[in-house]
Ligand binder design. Structure first.
Ligand code: ADP
Ligand code: GLC
Length: 491
C-alpha cells in the first residue's frame, strides 16, 4: 500500500511531546513491514537541518501563500522512510516551537499555517505535485492535519483517510472569520461540519470527514465517547463509533532501551542492574540532591499541563516529603503557574525535591533510568509513552487507571504479584488520597528488595514494541481499501 503519513512533528527532527515519538517510529515499523509509507511535515528549520539528503522536488501555488510552495524530499534519519517537507518560509521558517512563539503564546497565524500545510498534503495526496506517486491512504494526526480529510472529501477518486486522535483536548479552534479568509467552503459553517461553539474547529475536519477515526489506546477510544473525556465532542464520536477504534502506541526500543541507550552514562539490563544504581547517583548529582542510594527516588517527566495531574503531586508534597524518607525529581516545562509552584516547592525541600524547568532529551532518559519509581497521575492520558519507557527502564510507574495507562500497566495487587504479572501501581480516583495510597503501596513494596526486583523485571520484559501495533494499523489501512469510502460525510 502507498501511505502518506501527515504530522506536525516527528522525532528526531522536531518534538514537543509524544506525537513526535509516534510519528518518528510508527512509519518506520510500517516501512519495515514492506509498505510504501512516506512522511510529510512542515519544513521547520530544525526539520530542514536534521533531514537526510534533502532536495527540492516540486513547486506549486496554493491558496493562502503569496509565494510558491516548495516540496523538499529526503529521508527520515536512521530509516528507509521517505520524507517530504512543505517549504513555505513565510509560515514555517521560524525559531522555536512549531505552535508557540519563543516568548510564549500561540503563533497568531496558526490557522493559516496549518491550513496551508493541509492544502499541501492534499496536493501530494491527489498527485498534483509532479511526484508521480499517489497514496492509497492518507493517515492524519491531530488537529494540525484536521483540514486534510475535509478538503479531500471535496475530491473524486481520492485516497481513503484515517484520522488519529493523539489528544482530544487540543482542537485547533479559531474565530469564524477564518473560514472566509482561508477560502474554505461556506457550508462548512454548521454543527454537522466544522462549527464548534461559534468557532471554527480544525479537529472536526478529521472527526467528521475521515473514513475512519482511531486513537492511541482502546480505553481512550471508549472514554472519549463520554462527557467526562469527550471535550464536547462526545456526541459526534458516539455517532461515529462504528468507525472509531483504538490502537495502543508502541515504543521505539532502538531509542528507549537501557541496554543500549547512548544518552545514559551507564547502561544496564534486567539481569545486570549495576548500571541503574550508578545512573541513580548521576541523577541525584545532576539535580543537586544528596547522594543517598538507600532512599527511594521518585521521578516525573512531562509537559506541565493540567492533563498530567501535576497539581495532585504538588498538593501531596508536604505529606509525602514530611512523612516518608524519599526523594523526588521533576523535569518539565509548561503552564507558568505550575512551573512557579514547583520551583517554590523545591526551595522548601532542598534535600528531597529537585525541579528542572527545561526541555532536555538527555536528562529525560537519565530520569527514566535513575529513578526507582515513576509518577504519572494523569487525569486523562490518550496513551502515554513515559510509563512505557519507565517499564522498560525498571522504574515501576504509579499511574491512574485511564486511557493508555490503564491498557499498559498491571497493578501490583497481591493476586497479580502471585501470578507474576504485576508491573506498577494503578489507582482509580483523580484525588490526592488515591494517589497517596498508591505511592505508599509502592514505597512498601520497595522495602522488600526481592519482590521489588521481580516487579521491575516483569516490566522490563514486557513487550510494547511497534510490531503488533504497526500490524494493527496495516490491517486498518487494508480494511479501508477493501471498503473504500464506505462512509462519506461529504457535502
Ligand atoms: P504527551 O505526548 O502528552 O506529552 P507522552 O507520555 O506520550 O505525553 O510523551 C511525552 C514525550 O515527551 C516523551 O518522549 C517525554 O520524554 C517527552 N518529554 C516531555 N517533556 C519533556 C521534557 N521536559 N524534557 C524532555 N523530554 C520531555
Ligand atoms: C498525546 C497524548 C499522549 C500520547 C501521545 C502520542 O500527546 O497526550 O498520551 O502518548 O499523544 O500518541
Amino acid at each position: 500500500m502507498n501511505i502518506l503519513f501527515a504530522t506536525s512533528e516527528a522525532h528526531p527532527l522536531i518534538k514537543t511531546g509524544g506525537l513526535a515519538d509516534v510519528s518518528g517510529s510508527l512509519p518506520r515499523a510500517i516501512r519495515n513491514a514492506h509498505q510504501d509509507i512516506r512522511l510529510i511535515l512542515p519544513a521547520y528549520p530544525a526539520a530542514v537541518a536534521g533531514a537526510r539528503q534533502l532536495k527540492p522536488v516540486a513547486e506549486f501555488s496554493l491558496p493562502g501563500s503569496k509565494a510558491p510552495v516548495r516540496l523538499l524530499q529526503g529521508w527520515l534519519p536512521h530509516t528507509r522512510v521517505r520524507l517530504y517537507l512543505v517549504d513555505a518560509p513565510e509560515y514555517f521558517d521560524r525559531p522555536g516551537n512549531p505552535y508557540t512563539r519563543p516568548q510564549g503564546g500561540d503563533w497568531p497565524d496558526n490557522a493559516q499555517r496549518f491550513a496551508l500545510f493541509a492544502r499541501a498534503v492534499c496536493a501530494v495526496a491527489m498527485n498534483r505535485t509532479a511526484l508521480d506517486w499517489q497514496p492509497d491512504i492518507v493517515h492524519c494526526n491531530d488537529w494540525q492535519t484536521g483540514l486534510v480529510p475535509a478538503l479531500l472529501s471535496l475530491e473524486t477518486n481520492r485516497p481513503a483517510t484515517l484520522f488519529t486522535i493523539h489528544n482530544l483536548a487540543y482542537q485547533g479552534l479559531f474565530s469564524h472569520d477564518r473560514l472566509h479568509s482561508l477560502q474554505l467552503p461556506a457550508d462548512w459553517w454548521s454543527l454537522e461540519k466544522l462549527e464548534f461553539h461559534h468557532q471554527l474547529s480544525f479537529i472536526k475536519g478529521g472527526l467528521v470527514f475521515a473514513d475512519h477515526i482511531s486513537t492511541v489506546s482502546p480505553t481512550y477510544a471508549r472514554e472519549i465517547r463520554t462527557k467526562a473525556f469527550g471535550c464536547g465532542l462526545e456526541g459526534l464520536l458516539e455517532h461515529r463509533k462504528t468507525q472509531l477504534s483504538g490502537i495502543l502506541n508502541g515504543v521505539d526500543y532502538q531509542v528507549w532501551s537501557p541496554g543500549r541507550d547512548t544518552l545514559l552514562p551507564h547502561t544496564y539490563t534486567a539481569t545486570r542492574l549495576a548500571g541503574k544504581r550508578r545512573d541513580k547517583a548521576e541523577l541525584q548529582k545532576a539535580f543537586g540532591l544528596p547522594a543517598r542510594p538507600e532512599l527511594p527516588l521518585l521521578g516525573h517527566v512531562g509537559r506541565l499541563v493540567d492533563q498530567k495531574g501535576i497539581d495532585l503531586i504538588l498538593e501531596l508534597l508536604p505529606t509525602l516529603l514530611q512523612q516518608h524518607p524519599m526523594q523526588l525529581v521533576i523535569l518539565g516545562t509548561g503552564q507558568p503557574e505550575l512551573e512557579t509552584a514547583l520551583r517554590a516547592a523545591a526551595t522548601q525541600y532542598p534535600q528531597q525535591l529537585a525541579v528542572r524547568i527545561d526541555y532536555n532529551e538527555a536528562l529525560s532518559h537519565l530520569l527514566e533510568a535513575g529513578s526507582d519509581i515513576f509518577l504519572m497521575p494523569s487525569r486523562f492520558e490518550p496513551c502515554g509513552l513515559n510509563q512505557l519507557y519507565s517499564l522498560r527502564y525498571g522504574t515501576p510507574p504509579v499511574v491512574r487507571r485511564t486511557g493508555g495507562l490503564a491498557d499498559s500497566v498491571v497493578d501490583a495487587s497481591e493476586a497479580n504479584l502471585r501470578r507474576h504479572t504485576a508491573t506498577g501501581f494503578v489507582f482509580e480516583q483523580a484525588d490526592t488520597r488515591a494517589l497517596l495510597q498508591a505511592i505508599e503501596r509502592a514505597l512498601a513494596l520497595y522495602r522488600q528488595p526481592e519482590r521489588w526486583r521481580e516487579l521491575m523485571r516483569t516490566g522490563m520484559q514486557a513487550d510494547f514494541s511497534w510490531k503488533r501495533s504497526a500490524a494493527a494499523y496495516i490491517d486498518l489501512y487494508a480494511g479501508l481499501l477493501d471498503s473504500p469510502h464506505q462512509y462519506r460525510a461529504t457535502a
